[in-house]
Design a protein around this ligand. Sequence first.
Ligand SMILES: C[S@@+](CC[C@H](N)C(=O)[O-])C[C@H]1O[C@@H](n2cnc3c(N)ncnc32)[C@H](O)[C@@H]1O
Length: 345
Amino acid sequence: MSSLVRFGGRLAGRLRSVTRPQAVVLMVILALCAGVWWSAGTGHQGLALSLVAGLLLAVLLGILHLSRWIGGVHRANQHAHREIRTVVEQMQRRVVATVEKERLTAGDRHQELTRTITRGLRQSGHGTDLLLRAQSREIEALVQLFQHFTPRAPMPSSGDFALNPTDLLELLHLVRLRRPGLVVELGSGTSTVWLAYALEQHGGKLVSLDHDADYARQTRTMLTAHGLTAVAEVRDAPLRELTANGTAYQWYDVDKLTDLTGIDLLLVDGPPAATGPDARYPALSVLAKRLAGTATVVLDDANRQDEREAVRRWTAEVPGLTEEQRLLGRHAVLSYSRTGTPVTV
Ligand SMILES: C[S@@+](CC[C@H](N)C(=O)[O-])C[C@H]1O[C@@H](n2cnc3c(N)ncnc32)[C@H](O)[C@@H]1O
């Protein structure tokens, strides 16, 4: 009984979801069935047979319609399937192409990185090699420097702003050979102490100018510690505007130089490059007339562009000034002769 009720419920559910054309077909079949039942019951066999034939025809047409509908659904399914397959294949191709492109780019990047690392390693190796060689040169120069003097106090450090041991070595070699009576230094520091020791040994005086009062004081303190104040003096010479060959520069106060004549050795190691372009160029515009008949000019940092240009202009503008062959270090040595006869030693 309960299964009959469930069947009835399912049937009622299906009947509720039928479309209008399906309801019409259902009504016609029901009417034909009712007609067959009635005509057979009332003895109208001919009518009953005709209605049965009509019923069969309707069923046949229904089956035909159903098979065509199923065929259409099948074809639509196949079409949709083909479209999905095309879309999937296109996506696959795109994914493969993207992965391949990324792989090639990553390969290129890897190669570039490898080349950069290799180049960096080679350069750092070369840099270390150069540094080691430079260090060896400076150590050799330092050993030679201390063979000539026994300092009476700890020597200030060379390097940084100070002259390198190789530069000091050649400078003191020039002092030993040329025996300058008056040395003028532009820019005081470690070199002042070394020069003062050399002049103490060979005779001569040193006047060092410093634009910075603190550094001047430090150098004076070192000279006192080494007992060299009788040989060397440090003068405060703050920077002032100075016009040389029509150009304005910041250079040492020239009033601090008025008593200096007959300079035998001029060391140009200031003002620092940071004070302005071509900072050291005015040195000879001011001091050429204060040089002795034969004199030596040493310019430190001659490997820098501004200093190379200063040497070029000095030798072109000051008659009797010529650049000497370089021996050691990074400075330029120039000899001056008022009569035009170059310094021979
Ligand atoms: C090239 S330094 C002179 C160095 C000196 N002739 C020597 O060999 O020690 C030129 C000027 O720079 C300044 N100076 C020296 N040491 C410095 C430092 N460590 N930092 C900044 N300026 C410095 C001083 O005023 C000095 O006169």
